[in-house]
Design a protein around this ligand. Structure first.
Ligand SMILES: Nc1ncnc2c1ncn2[C@@H]1O[C@H](COP(=O)(O)OP(=O)(O)OP(=O)(O)O)[C@@H](O)[C@H]1O
Ligand SMILES: [Mg+2]
Length: 458
């Protein structure tokens, strides 16, 4: 039997409801906000009916609204049905605006209330199913290596990954920074017969040029001052496995020659050594440079380019992946909420529009970082653009580049952003912040309330 929590301070109505509904639900009743909360935490019901006038404010509504807020903070998906006085249409609407599922005006009619309750439970069940389907979909959209995407461009990437994985050919992965080049390299290895071999990644751009050769090929004892022992290079470690040459565009020309020799002969010599050592490694290279152009200017050897790019996989920038942006954003949101043990959140309509219209110069990595930051920094159930670190400029750019933002959304986003930065700039001095914005203090307080802006205690 489903659990139903009824919050009602009137003894008669309480027993009437308990009597009328206990055939269908496991009815749990509370007479005030604190009782309601402890019942709620213990049972986590999908549906709650909540009397607006709770003690100590039986004739007002503040305690009822506070209770609504508390419940939704605990579990945003709960369906709360507000029970209001007959004359109280303004508060009924306010309740729905604040996240209540529905309202019901007294006097209570049991059979009507039953219909509303049944619909609320039905919706809660559908939403729950939806969430678990969403999880399955996440898994479905993932290829090995955890690459998320369903855009046609990414489907093509997935198909290339599957095709090249089983062969031994060299693969060149290109794409802007943060598009997932390393993830793709790992996925190829994951699907390949070399799965159990090592995956050795070398960032050719991060190692100083004078150390790179010994890092790659190792050295013999006494090869140079300080070489007290023989040391194996990364290439040698990749034997029977996969060698990932990241940022290969950064490789200096003299090492390009040595790498080419290794690719042709499948042997290496350690620095200071003469022995040819065979190494059987699969090569995957990546770069965010336009390497074809660099072969034309001579910055990258053409013969090496042909060796490493038997197959070329290009990753599209995030801004060109359409609905993948939201798919990824929601995936990261679920992942970070889970990892950081935070309650479920969702993006506000304004955030969704910005996520979709933003340029994403840092691509998927930037998206991942922004969502993580929002989950850490904000405890609100709904994520606003500001928590994603979008500046006023980004908000404005979003409006320029995207016609689907309504004027009202745009106005509200900018209004919120301006209020937040004025309060910040004035060190939370509300009088000065109001003055800077050219509005009265009460208006500023109204805006703070409207946008649910948190500020340090004054
Ligand atoms: N399609 C995707 N699905 C899930 N996570 C992704 C996806 N693409 C990238 N990521 C994540 O984004 C981050 C950046 O990816 P990765 O390091 O592979 O990018 P990169 O192209 O190698 O970047 P750079 O050029 O800066 O080295 C990683 O945390 C990665 O897990
Ligand atoms: Mg990388």
């Amino acid at each position: 039997m489903e659990k139903l929590v009824i919050v009602e301070d009137n003894e008669d109505i309480r027993s009437q409801l308990r009597w009328g509904l206990s055939a269908e639900y496991e009815v749990l009743v509370a007479g005030n906000r604190l009782e309601a909360l402890s019942l709620f935490k213990k049972h986590l019901p999908k549906v709650v009916t909540l009397d607006l006038g709770l003690p100590p404010d039986e004739n007002g509504c503040e305690e009822g609204f506070r209770c609504l807020d508390d419940v939704l903070r605990q579990a945003p998906a709960t369906k709360v049905i507000m029970i209001t006085g007959n004359e109280d249409s303004e508060n009924a609407l306010r309740a729905v605006q604040n996240g209540a599922y529905d309202y019901y005006r007294k006097p209570l009619n049991l059979s009507e209330l039953k219909v509303i309750l049944a619909r609320a439970f039905h919706l809660a069940a559908i939403e729950k199913e939806n969430r678990s389907l969403q999880l399955c979909l996440d898994q479905h959209h993932q290829t090995p290596g955890g690459i998320i995407g369903q855009s046609p461009q990414m489907m093509e990437v997935f198909s290339s990954i599957r095709k090249v994985a089983s062969s031994e050919v060299a693969v060149l992965i290109t794409g802007e920074s943060g598009t997932g080049k390393e993830l793709v390299a790992r996925a190829i290895r994951e699907l390949s017969p070399r799965k159990s071999g090592a995956f050795i990644a070398i960032n050719c751009g991060a190692i100083p040029e004078n150390l790179l050769e010994s890092e790659l090929f190792g050295y013999e004892k006494g090869a140079f001052s300080g070489a007290h022992n023989r040391v194996q290079g990364k290439v040698e470690y990749a034997n029977k496995g996969t060698l990932f040459l990241d940022e290969i565009g950064e490789l200096p020309l003299n090492l390009q020659v040595k790498l080419l020799r290794f690719l042709q002969e499948k042997t290496i010599q350690r620095v200071g050594g003469r022995e040819d050592i065979s190494v059987d490694a699969r090569i995957i290279a990546a770069t965010n440079r336009d390497i074809v152009k660099e072969t034309e200017t001579g910055a990258f050897r053409e013969d090496l380019y042909y060796r490493i790019s038997v197959i070329h996989i290009n990753l599209p920038p995030l801004r060109e992946r359409g609905s993948d942006i939201l798919l990824l954003a929601n995936f990261f949101l679920r992942r970070f909420c889970h990892e950081l043990k935070k309650k479920t959140r969702r993006f506000s309509a304004g955030s969704v529009k910005l996520l979709e219209s933003y340029e994403w110069p840092g691509n998927v990595r930037e998206l991942e970082n922004r969502v993580q930051r929002a989950v850490i920094m904000s405890d609100e159930p709904i994520i606003e653009p500001e928590s994603l670190g979008f500046s006023l400029k980004a908000v404005k750019d979003g409006i320029h580049s995207f016609a689907n933002l309504t004027l009202k959304d745009a106005r509200e986003m900018i209004e919120r952003e301006m209020v937040v930065s004025a309060i910040e700039n004035q060190n939370s001095n509300m009088a000065r912040a109001a003055e800077a914005l050219g509005i009265s203090r009460p208006t500023l307080y109204d805006l703070v309330k409207k946008y649910d802006i948190s500020r340090p205690a004054e």
